[in-house]
Every structure is written in structure tokens, then in C-alpha cells.
Design a protein around this ligand. Structure first.
Ligand SMILES: Nc1nc2c(ncn2[C@@H]2O[C@H](COP(=O)(O)OP(=O)(O)OP(=O)(O)O)[C@@H](O)[C@H]2O)c(=O)[nH]1
Ligand SMILES: [Mg+2]
Length: 327
């Protein structure tokens, strides 16, 4: 199945992504198979507040990339909050629209030279054992191994894990909008701080130039520094209206310029090291948490927990005793 996916089978790739999403030993096998083929794709992270227009923008970017002969892949990380349930469905429809065009290509309805192939996939964060911090990097490596470039990760920038995943991409794009509220507030989750490129989307709406001015000011004052501040890289601010179809070319230009910058300064290798470290730590953390739960639920763990409930032992000593067995 892996060989099929690498040879271009969308069906095989889709199945492998499901394996990755579920996690466990089979996903580890996929990881090892993919590894030697990785390191080519430009990894783009796109994040922003719920409803900022990320999916609409990604749809635009994909259409442009495909038209220029690229094979982009998109991993849309579904927000797990029930509040955005409607948006998830909306995403599926819009994203499927972009995917549909590539399916048509595959079916020979449009010249492949004109459209190429895009692969678009939603990954649910809810209820899968893998954990976002583990499943997303592996899915990205799988897309890379299968020859997709760029690989675009879309996340909603409300959680630390999501911001971390996007911040570890080669190029992190943060989508802001008019009415997003106080930009300082928006930076609480570190959202603005990870940006390599800012997009002020919904530029068709009033207030877009105010958002731009606020961001410029925050950059001037050093309230946002960007990830490469010591080198003097200043994240550009691109105005876009995904709805009117303007600005997406400028976004791709800014993203390409950032990649040039990363490569010419050796920063790309640094990002890769950072990414590998984050993934390894996330995997270790996941394995250790699983083991800790096993220990707490085991016979001795239950006994110790009972003793703590009765007041005979403190939680401190119970955890210390159980930790002794963790190794
Ligand atoms: N006026 C205007 N509306 C836009 C623009 N881009 C997106 N929208 C609208 O904003 C709404 C949200 O767009 P999405 O692309 O789903 O936003 P998102 O950031 O992916 O949303 P979540 O994934 O739910 O966080 C939709 O109704 C879009 O039609 C734009 O440039 N201008
Ligand atoms: Mg979306």
C-alpha cells in the first residue's frame, strides 16, 4: 500500500492517512517507510482565529498552485470545539470543491498539465488516540514522501498545540481580519508571534487597513518579533480578500520569499531540527502519559490511590512511588 501511495495512488494515500490518524504500531510502520523519502516539500502552516477565512484562502492558494503545475496537499485540522461544528461542515464543502477539481483531472475531464493534482484531507482532533501533535507531523511527512509540495496545514489558532504545529512549519502564515479585536489580545496564545507572513484577509471589509496599521505598529515596537527576529527578518503583511479572489498571488509570493530567506540563511535546517525535536518529544510524552495511566489503573496503583483517598498517603508520595516504576 505504501508503494502505491508513493507511486501516486490517491486511494492508497487516503488509507495510509487513516492509519496515521488512528495511531499505534501500524502508524509507526508508515512513519519508518516514509522517512527516507521526506525532506523535499515546503511545509506551510496557516492559522488564525475561527472564521478568519483560512479555508477560503487555502482554496484560493491551492487553485493557483495547481494551475502553476504544483501538487499541493492540504491537511485541515478540524477544530474539536462543538461551537465551530457548523464551520467544519462548511470547510468540508469548500475544501471538497478544491479537491473535486483534481479528481476531475484524475478522471481526465481537464488537462492534467493545467491542473495537476491536489490532495485535501481533514483530520479530526476529536477522539482519536494519536493526538494532534503526533498525527499531524506524521501525516505531513507522508504527503512529503508521496511527492506533494507544498504541504499546507490549516489549523485554528486557539490552542497551544495548534499554534505549535503551525509555528514548526517552514513558513507560518497567520490570517488576521478586521474585527478580530485587539491584536494584543489575539497574541495571548502566541498566535502572532509565530508568523512569518501575515495576511489581513477580508480586505473588502471596513477596518482592514486599521488591522494592517496595528500589526505594523506592533512589529515596529517589537511587540511581535517574528521567529527570526535576530536576523532582522520582518514578517510582511499581505492584504487579501479570499472572497473577491485578490491577494492570493501576493500570499504565494511572500511565502516563496520566506522560503528563499530560510534557505539562504540556513534557517530551513534549523526549522527542521526544531520540528523533529517537537515531534519526538510529543511522541515520548504521549507514550509516557499512556504508561502513567496504566500504572495508576493497575493493581498496585489502585491500592496506592486508595491509600491516598483514605488519607494514609499523600498524592505526592503515591505519584513518586508510581514514577519509580515508569522506567
Ligand atoms: N467578506 C469576506 N468574507 C470572507 C472572506 N474570506 C472568507 N470569508 C467568509 O468568512 C467565513 C469563514 O470563512 P472560512 O474560510 O470558513 O474561515 P476559516 O478561518 O477556515 O474558519 P474555521 O475553519 O471555522 O476557523 C465564510 O463565510 C467565508 O465566506 C473575505 O475575504 N471577505
Ligand atoms: Mg477552516
Amino acid at each position: 500500500m505504501f508503494a502505491d501511495a508513493v507511486a501516486g495512488s490517491r486511494l492508497a494515500l487516503g488509507r495510509l492517512l487513516t492509519v496515521v490518524e488512528r495511531g499505534g504500531p501500524s502508524a509507526d510502520v508508515v512513519s519508518d517507510l516514509a522517512q527516507p523519502l521526506t525532506g523535499r516539500a515546503h511545509i506551510l502552516g496557516i492559522t488564525g482565529a475561527p472564521g478568519a477565512g483560512k479555508s477560503t484562502l487555502v482554496g484560493e492558494l491551492v487553485a493557483r498552485l495547481v494551475a502553476s503545475g504544483c501538487r499541493p496537499a492540504v491537511l485541515a485540522v478540524d477544530p474539536s470545539s462543538p461551537l465551530t461544528g457548523g464551520a467544519i461542515l462548511g470547510d468540508r464543502i469548500r475544501m471538497d470543491g478544491a479537491a473535486g477539481s483534481s479528481v476531475d483531472v484524475a478522471a481526465g475531464k481537464a488537462p492534467a498539465s493545467q491542473l495537476g493534482h491536489a490532495f485535501i484531507r481533514s483530520m479530526a482532533t476529536r477522539g482519536h488516540s494519536g493526538g494532534l501533535a503526533v498525527a499531524v507531523p506524521l501525516a505531513v511527512r507522508l504527503f512529503d514522501a508521496a511527492g506533494y509540495d507544498p504541504v499546507i496545514i490549516e489549523t485554528v489558532g486557539v490552542g497551544q498545540v495548534e499554534v505549535d504545529v503551525v509555528g514548526a512549519a517552514d513558513t507560518a502564515v497567520v490570517v488576521a481580519t478586521p474585527g478580530m479585536g485587539d491584536a494584543v489580545q489575539a497574541n495571548k496564545a502566541g498566535l502572532l508571534e509565530v508568523a512569518d507572513v501575515f495576511v489581513v484577509n477580508k480586505a473588502d471589509r471596513p477596518g482592514a487597513s486599521d488591522v494592517r496599521r496595528d500589526l505594523e505598529l506592533m512589529l515596529d515596537l517589537g511587540h511581535i518579533t517574528g521567529q527570526e527576529a535576530p536576523d532582522g527578518y520582518r514578517p510582511p503583511i499581505v492584504m487579501a480578500s479570499a472572497l473577491e479572489g485578490t491577494g492570493s498571488g501576493d500570499v504565494l509570493d511572500a511565502v516563496a520569499a520566506h522560503l528563499d530567506y530560510l534557505e539562504s540563511t540556513g534557517r530551513r535546517a534549523q526549522r527542521r531540527r526544531h520540528r523533529v525535536r517537537a515531534e519526538v518529544l510529543a511522541r515520548m510524552e504521549q507514550a509516557m502519559v499512556r504508561r502513567a495511566v496504566e500504572l495508576a489503573d493497575g493493581a498496585e496503583g489502585r491500592e496506592l490511590l486508595n491509600a491516598a483517598e483514605n488519607g494514609e498517603l499523600s498524592p505526592t508520595s503515591v505519584s513518586a512511588k508510581l514514577l519509580e516504576q515508569l522506567g
